[in-house]
Ligand binder design. Structure first.
Ligand SMILES: Nc1ncnc2c1ncn2[C@@H]1O[C@H](COP(=O)(O)OP(=O)(O)O)[C@@H](O)[C@H]1O
Ligand SMILES: [Mg+2]
Length: 302
């Protein structure tokens, strides 16, 4: 069964609810970050959910929060652990198992740190029209899905629920968060992407692009990696085995759902109910990505 809404009763105050997650207050410094099985495409949440998706996202994020700081010693993350706090009502404990994380409560920078290693999606559309992506002039003659000579950083605004993110220049990002933090965010995003891309490629997944969020630890002035990281919701994952230049790629992310919506005239519509087939196919994409990336089966991991 899919778990599309959470209710933890009066013991834990609900601070925010996003497209996929609920954030609860544990104490003044700690949050409970719960991934539901909700799925969104084109910024709209589907009516029904994808069973176990929240667990895949949580465990994959936890995997990266373990792996990344080992490779990048000065990287700080918000991750505190997977333990379900004692104040969670008993009936919700099993549901939260492996889909909730304890995280540090931080001031979130209102930009999305997007890194692209391969040209696809909106970047490909923009390049075909203007030869540029986010105001960056790119080499001529790139083909669809081609790897960039260097990964590029293309920040966007972080839209409120129901709004669309907007691409911004690096200069605009610096105006929004301040030059010092903007620089650090860019530097970290590019380093994390490179480390993850290397690892994933060995396992058989190409991370074509991804989105990070960062927060500020006001006590230490550290820029901290937050949110989910390097999941099929926040990234485009392609199969390295079937990758071919000059066309769109088979992917492990929401592309399958997006294509289904588009071909059925449902793109951007509210209250769409996915068919059983769409749910099953989406669920198996997510679990397959988890298995390839972590080398563990989802059942084994939970
Ligand atoms: N450590 C943290 N402290 C406070 N907020 C956080 C933290 N980590 C992530 N968030 C926020 O929690 C929300 C995650 O919920 P999600 O459903 O993914 O939202 P969205 O619809 O914006 O993607 C995001 O708005 C993100 O900025
Ligand atoms: Mg999110």
């Amino acid at each position: 069964m899919a778990y599309t809404s959470t209710d933890l009763g009066p013991s834990l105050p609900l601070l925010a609810s996003g497209k996929v997650r609920e954030l609860y207050e544990v104490d003044s410094k700690t949050l409970l970050f719960v991934a539901s099985d909700r799925i969104s495409a084109y910024d709209v949440i589907m009516k029904n959910g994808v069973p176990n998706k929240g667990k895949v996202l949580t465990l994959m994020t936890a995997f990266w929060f373990d792996y990344l700081p080992k490779q990048i010693p000065d990287l700080k993350t918000h991750f505190l652990g997977l333990k379900v706090p004692g104040t969670v009502p008993i009936q919700a404990k099993t549901q939260l198992h492996n889909r909730s994380m304890l995280v540090r409560r931080l001031k979130i920078f209102p930009i999305e740190a997007i890194v692209r290693g391969y040209i696809t999606g909106s970047a490909w559309s923009s390049y075909k029209k203007t030869g540029e992506v986010n105001g960056l002039k790119l080499p001529e003659g790139l083909q669809e899905s081609q790897e960039f000579p260097q990964p590029i950083y293309t920040p966007s605004t972080k839209a409120e629920l129901g709004q669309h993110d907007e691409n911004i220049s690096v200069e605009r990002a610096a105006e929004i968060v301040g030059a010092k933090y903007a620089k650090r965010i860019e530097e970290l995003a590019l380093r994390i992407y490179s480390v993850a891309k290397e690892y994933a490629k060995q396992q058989g997944i190409i991370i074509a692009d991804t989105k990070f969020e960062f927060g500020l630890d006001e006590e230490t002035d550290d820029v901290v990696l937050v949110d989910e990281v390097l999941t099929p919701d926040s990234s485009r994952f392609w199969s390295a085995k079937t990758y071919e230049l000059g066309r769109s790629q088979e992917s492990f992310d929401k592309q399958y759902l997006r294509d289904w919506l588009t071909s059925n005239g449902l793109k951007g519509k509210e209250d769409v109910e996915m068919t059983e087939e769409v749910i099953q196919n989406t669920a198996s994409k997510y679990t397959e990505a988890f298995q390839i990336l972590t080398g563990q089966t989802l059942d084994g991991a939970v």
